[in-house]
Design a protein around this ligand. Structure first.
Ligand code: SF4
Length: 359
């Protein structure tokens, strides 16, 4: 995001849980390799995802596609965790599995102390006011036949128990909060800009005072200046409400500044995780380095470009060794035979690579 540099101080730093202590080995579902399971939920953890796996059946061949494969992480109260990776890395599938818009094939999703991974559709309805999701495309997320005021009121009708007058007051307060004019409440979606519509989606998301908001590429379809406003708004709302946020994006600059911690995904697996500042300034995994060198020419790394060559393996036929081996500039023969698990790096980070520190 050229021209926009919010101060990291403004967003603070979240003291991520210690990764080194208490992790236990776990067999990866697809490859038989070894990953690592996070220890028991930290006191401040609102969400703990443990060995989350999502498989789909290919429609024609019936083959198994691993969209997400053995992903584990936690999200603290008031924390923002960024999920980054290329298209097809499993980011959105993880978000939808946590919101229970789809059912995980394996693993646990412990939200506020309860494993919701196998909850029935009826049980999942009780989550709708606690976990909200904001999608990339606000045009597709809003009913074009409803006025904006009614759209913001909808979740309040379903979940708040407020009467009509109180709901109207709350709708107006929400519009003020997301910096939407009162006049816009009487308009239809096609009469608003993309940035205004995303504010409507955010107002709907915060209407029920959720504890977790999943933001799936919420600024990708917006202009740069609008993007910065929306990010400012999200950061303000988080400070006010203490809601945890899972921020899914391929836009590394955005993730860098809004996230306390970052998870880097490749073909459905976490290949690196750690505090945002450490990951962006001292990436440990070759894939993270390649992503950053391609998209983020920050000082000290210009000219240090890592080009990714080679084919991305098909999710229908994942290799038994490291999934990144076909594109990795520092792969060795062993990488084709064994799959690396996430190894702790210091107290608050981890990466899945046999050759950490080689480059
Ligand atoms: S394990 Fe090998 S192939 Fe995989 S990222 Fe590390 S060096 Fe590259």
């Amino acid at each position: 995001m050229v021209g926009w540099r919010p101060s990291p101080r403004r967003y603070g730093r979240f003291p991520g849980p210690t990764l080194a202590a208490g992790w236990t080995p776990v067999k990866l579902a697809e490859s038989g390799g070894i990953g690592y399971r996070r220890p028991a939920m930290a006191e401040t953890a609102l969400l703990t995802v443990d060995n989350l796996t999502k498989r789909f059946r290919a429609p024609l061949s019936g083959d198994t596609i691993f969209a997400v494969n053995g992903v584990s992480f936690s999200l603290g109260v008031g924390e923002t965790v960024g999920l980054v990776g290329e298209s097809g890395s499993g980011k959105s599938t993880i978000g939808r599995a946590i919101a229970r818009l789809l059912t995980p094939s394996e693993g646990a999703v412990v939200f506020a102390g309860e494993d919701i991974a196998r909850w029935s559709t009826a049980q999942c309805r009780t989550l709708r006011d606690k976990i909200q999701i904001v999608f990339q495309n606000p045009w597709g997320a809003l009913n074009p036949r409803m006025r904006i005021g009614r759209l913001i009121e909808e979740p309040l009708k379903l979940h708040s128990g407020l009467d009509g007058g109180a709901r109207r007051q709350r709708v107006e307060a929400l519009a003020d909060r997301v910096r939407l004019s009162r006049e816009a409440l009487d308009r239809f979606p096609h009469e608003l800009s993309g940035g205004q519509l995303q504010r409507v989606c955010i107002a709907r998301a915060i209407a029920t005072k959720p504890r977790l908001i999943i933001l799936d590429e919420p600024t990708s379809s917006l202009d740069l200046s609008v993007r910065a406003d929306i990010l400012d708004l999200l950061a303000e709302l988080q400070r006010e409400t203490g809601a945890a946020m899972l921020f899914i994006s391929h836009d590394l600059e955005t993730v860098r500044f809004i996230s306390h911690r970052v998870l880097v995904l490749y073909l459905g697996r976490i290949v690196e995780m750690g505090p945002s500042q450490r990951v962006f300034e001292r990436p440990a995994h070759p894939y993270t380095r390649a992503l950053l060198s391609a998209r983020l020419p920050v000082s000290g790394r210009r000219g240090d470009r890592v080009r990714l060559e080679g084919e991305i393996p098909s999710p229908l036929n994942l290799p038994k060794g490291c999934v990144f081996a076909s594109r990795c500039p520092i792969a060795i023969a062993d990488c084709l035979q064994r799959s690396p698990g996430l190894d702790p790096i210091g107290a608050d980070s981890a990466a899945a690579c046999f050759r950490l520190g080689v480059v």
